[in-house]
Design a protein. Structure first.
Length: 400
């Protein structure tokens, strides 16, 4: 792991120790320990378990819990930079105070209960604290180094998708398979989208995807049903609010991607990405903005947010004077045109922060802000958090 400096290693380990009172140890791809810190015997004597945990961390895209010795639990994080796995980061072990629960606690090798004799003087932690410490260590490493874990991020999203789908399918098997996408689910999905409630919208879509998969595992059939579902959602949204006509064009582009998906995993991931975009667009048109000039203004901002836009350019695009447009938009939405521009840019930035590993500086320019400080100022004003903090919090919460 020659690309990682000793100063960075000390900073990561020091921050982790200050927060949780545990040491952290770096290992290379062969499982050999790096750095000045001396690991306890129980970690040094479990090389095969360390390597298995490293593989599991890559596959799941998150910290992997394992048992280096009976009665003790440790966790290892795969360290990746730009699609290359560089090594691992290992935590000092603790005793497990209760049977594991939650996502991180389901990793292979975690004991059902702790033997006090085996645990010795190690602290006894509940599963929730173990999970929090594991994700904290992961976040600290990538914050300090600035590395971009592209593979880890992709696998983490796939793991979440699989778990949500499996849960939905298990519930539907238990209660009897439902229709592929019943009317009430469509309306519930639309209502969640209109409210900007992405977690609820994702949950409902997973239930619909699970029902689709239970009725057929044939990829061509699933493609047809996925495209039908996307068309149905689009139609329902436009019927509910004709100002959402731009969804039709977006739907066509997403349908092309669905048609080229090679398997159910890619199909469901594409539908989720389409849903993210739909939720934002539906939410921004959620108010009953019957004035066509206001609709055109919002559409203009949505389509050009990455470029340099202003009240004057928006007014010119919709055929009104800047003064008249400012009055109409403020009267019907309660917001200025500039506020809408900032909100649209922050909405796109939120999606990039959650779904990509682009640096905050790159995201600032990608969504149209002139510099990073301006981006941070408006993002924090709207979301209450800095972009970096928002990324850490949202990923940790979605990992639970």
């Amino acid at each position: 792991m020659t690309v990682l400096s000793r100063q960075q290693m000390r900073r990561v380990a020091g921050t982790y120790r200050e927060k949780y009172g545990l040491d952290a140890f770096f290992v290379d791809l062969r499982g050999r320990f790096l750095g000045p810190a001396v690991p306890p015997d129980c970690l040094r004597e479990a090389p095969q378990r360390r390597l298995l945990a490293l593989q599991d961390s890559v596959l799941r895209g998150e910290p992997s819990l394992f048992m280096p010795t009976p009665g003790l639990t440790s966790w290892l994080i795969a360290l990746e930079h730009r699609r290359v796995i560089r090594g691992g980061l290992l935590s000092a072990p603790v005793a497990l105070a209760a049977p594991p629960s939650g996502r991180a606690g389901r990793a292979a090798g975690v004991p059902a209960r702790t033997s006090p004799r085996a645990a010795g003087a190690r602290p006894a932690w509940p599963p929730e604290r173990i999970q929090a410490a594991a994700f904290f260590l992961q976040n600290v490493f990538y914050d300090v180094t600035g590395w971009t874990p592209e593979i880890m991020r992709e696998n983490w999203l796939k793991t979440r998708q699989h778990e949500q789908l499996n849960q939905a399918m298990a519930e539907q098997r238990q209660g009897g398979a439902a229709m592929t996408h019943p009317f009430d689910k469509e309306r519930a999905l639309l209502a969640s989208s209109r409210a900007g409630d992405l977690p609820a919208a994702r949950r409902i879509l997973n239930e619909m995807l699970a029902a689709m998969f239970l009725t057929s595992t044939d990829v061509p059939v699933l493609k047809a049903r996925a495209m039908e579902l996307l068309t149905t959602i689009t139609r329902a949204a436009v019927e509910d609010n004709p100002l959402l006509e731009p969804l039709v064009q977006s739907s066509r582009a997403w349908t092309e991607r669905l048609a080229s998906a090679p398997n159910f995993e890619e199909l469901s991931g594409t539908l989720m990405a389409a849903l993210d975009e739909f939720v934002e667009l539906i939410h921004f048109h959620g108010l009953n903005r019957t004035n066509p000039k206001v609709r055109q203004t919002i559409d203009y901002v949505w389509q050009n947010y990455m470029n340099r836009i202003s009240l004057d350019s928006a007014a010119q695009a919709v055929g009104l004077s800047p003064c008249r447009l400012a009055h109409v938009v403020k009267d019907l939405t309660g917001k200025t045109v500039v506020q809408i521009i900032h909100e649209v840019r922050v909405a796109h930035a939120r999606r990039l922060l959650m779904r990509s590993d682009m640096k905050c500086t790159e995201i600032a320019y990608e969504v149209g802000f002139c510099d990073q400080s301006y981006f941070i100022k408006h993002f924090k004003s709207l979301m209450g958090l800095t972009p970096a903090r928002y990324r850490r919090v949202s990923r940790t919460e979605r990992g639970r």
